[in-house]
Write a protein that binds this ligand. Structure first.
Ligand code: GLP
Length: 233
């Protein structure tokens, strides 16, 4: 695992450049994408750099990490809506190449990823409780894409995006920890002091299912962890 300490803006620039370089070198690459507030600046930079460099995303395939149960794609809190607004609609992606884990496809999601040759770059945020995607503390490191109940701390954290905490879905579909760890390159971004405790556990090198992100400490593939000073503590 390689640790990179930068400020938020520099993290966004660096991660965006890695993504755009991958697309330039491998126009048919497979990107694993995350939602949440953390990757927003990175996606802005991806759009900016790609437009400047005239990079085409036509043949890129995307697999998103997770989606809430019960929100349709027109709901502005669904992750499909988020991705469209914050990345997809700004570039020349082919809509047919976007994949999200949903009730009717989740059992085949891991096979679908394999059929596309696996994920080249997986972008990850991290929950304040150490979750990655919606793999909450206690999730098996052997888990594949599945339906999960959100931890009460996650419902509280994510309530800032909803009108009230009661509007936050209680369930989601998420790629599993085993699904995620198979990516050829993993980039985890953690910014802000809310992530400090989870980052500390991850960087301690421990491997513990009570902090799902620590599965990254078992990876033999390339893992880059970008943190700002606030998250580092
Ligand atoms: C959400 C998402 C995660 C994300 C995390 C952190 O619940 N399911 O994929 O990494 O929480 O979110 P944020 O980046 O807004 O802090």
């Amino acid at each position: 695992m390689k640790l990179v300490i930068k400020n938020k803006e520099e993290i966004a620039k660096s991660v965006a450049q890695i993504i755009v370089d991958e697309v330039k070198n491998n126009p048919k690459c497979v990107l694993g994408l995350a939602t949440g507030s953390t990757p927003l600046d990175t996606y802005k930079k991806v759009i900016e750099i790609s437009k400047l460099d005239k990079v085409s995303f036509k043949e890129v395939t995307t697999f998103n990490l997770d989606e809430y149960v019960g929100l349709d794609e027109k709901n502005d809190q669904s992750y499909r809506y988020f991705m469209n607004e914050n990345l997809f609609k700004h570039l020349d992606f082919n809509r047919l190449n976007h994949h999200f884990p949903l009730i009717d496809n989740y059992e085949k999601y891991d096979d679908l990823i394999l059929q596309h040759g696996g994920i080249d770059i997986q972008i990850l945020g991290i929950g304040s409780n150490g979750h990655i995607a919606f793999n909450e503390p206690g999730t098996s490191f052997e888990s594949l894409t599945h339906i999960t109940k959100l931890a009460s701390s996650t419902i509280k954290d994510n309530s800032r995006f909803f009108n009230s905490i009661d509007d936050v879905p209680k369930e989601a579909i998420t790629m599993g920890l085993k699904s995620i760890i198979q990516a050829r390159k993993i980039i985890l971004i953690a910014t802000g002091k809310n992530k400090r405790e989870a980052v500390k556990k991850l960087l301690s090198g421990e491997i513990d299912i009570s902090c799902p992100a620590t599965i990254l400490n078992t990876s033999l593939n390339e893992v880059l962890v970008f943190v700002d000073e606030e998250a580092l503590g």
